[in-house]
Write a protein that binds this ligand. Sequence first.
Ligand code: PLP
Length: 395
Amino acid sequence: MLAISADINNMRFCPILDIVRKIRESTDPVIDLSVGVPNFPPAQHIIDAADSAVRNHGLGYGPSQGEDELLTAYLKYLDSLGVRGYSKNNLAVGLGAKHLLFCVLRAISQPGGKLLIPTPCWPTYFDIASLVGLDVLKVPCTMEQQFKLSAKVLEENLSDQVTAIILNSPCNPTGAVYTKSELMEIAQVIRKSKVWVILDDVYQKFFHDGSDGENFLAIAPDLIDRVVKIDSVSKSFGMPGWRVGILAAEPRLALAVTKLNSNSVSNVPPITSAAAASAFAGDQAFCNIARVRYQENKIALISELKHESRLRIFNPSGAFYLLVDVSALFGLSFGGRIIDDDPTFCSLLLEHHGVAVVPGSYFEADGYIRISYSSTLENVLAGARRLVEFTSALN
Ligand code: PLP
C-alpha cells in the first residue's frame, strides 16, 4: 500500500465535527445541544453585500492578504473596541479562525517549542499544535478557579520553551470571561517573558453583560508586537459556513500568514469577504439581539437543570455553552449500563433520551458535559427536561 504521512494518518477527525456527522447520519429525531452554531441568520446588509459582490465582482482571484474593503472594515471594528495602533500591514485573512490558528501556529512554530493552553479549552488547539510540530503544555484551570488562568499560575508555567499562550475569552467550553484586573496581571507576567499571546476572540460579540469585554490589547497596548488577535464572522455574526476570519498581528507575522495563503488557499473568496466587510463595518444590532436571546436561554436552562441537585453548574459570563459537572452520577446505571465517565453519560443520553451534548473530556474537562444553548428556547428547555428525566431514571 502507498504511504500516507504518519502524522496525518494518525490524526483524529475533529471531535466536535464528528458529533455533527453522527447527528446528521442519525435517523431518529435528536435535540441537538451539541454544536456551537450561533443559530441566527446574518443581517440583511450582509446578505446584500454578498449579493452585490456576486453581481459586481469579477469573481477572479482575490489578494492573499485579504480584500482591501475587508481590511478597512476590520480596522474600523478594532477602533470601535478601543484597539488602536494597527494599520493594514498588520492584518491577514483566512478561512475562519481555525485556519488562521493553523497559519499562525505554523508560522511561529520552533523546534522544541511549546504552546501553553489553559484548559478546559477548544480541542482543536491540540490537533493544530501537533500538526505544526508544537508541543502542548496544558495548564488545568478548575471550576474553583473559575476555569481561568491566573497570572501566578501562568508565571509558574512559563519557561524559555514556551513559544505562545492562547487566551480565549469568552471561552469555549466554559463561557468564562477574563476581567480587566486579571488581564492586567497576566500582561505584567507577559512583559517579563518572550511569548506570543494569541487571543482567540471568536466569541467577541457574546459577553453576557452586553459590553465588548475587556480587550487585552486595549489594556496592554505596549505588548502589541507580541499579541495576535484572531476574529471571525462564524459565531459573532452568525456566519459559520461562510469561512472568513481575520487577524491583527506584528507585520512580519501577518506577512507570514499572507504568504502561507498565497501558497495554499490563495485567497478568501471575494463574495464571503465582501459579506464579512459588511459585518465588521455595518450595524451590529442583530448580534446583540442574539446575545440577549442566549442569555434568556441560559437562565431557563440553568433553572431547569437545578431540578437535579447532583449536577454542578458553572454559570458562564459569555459565549453560549454551559459546562456541567455530572461526576456525582458516576457509578449509577441506566438499563444495566454503568455510567463511569462523561462519554458514557452522553452516549446514553443520546441513545435513550435523544439529546446530544458533548463530553467534557473532549475539552479536558473530565466528568463534565458541555451543553450548547444557542438553539431555540423551546429546544433548550426540551433538552434540559429530558436530561433531568434521564438523570432521575438512573439507579
Ligand atoms: N475558536 C474557538 C474557541 C471555537 O470554539 C471555534 C469554533 O467552534 C473556533 C475557534 C473556530 O472558528 P471558525 O469557524 O472561525 O473557524
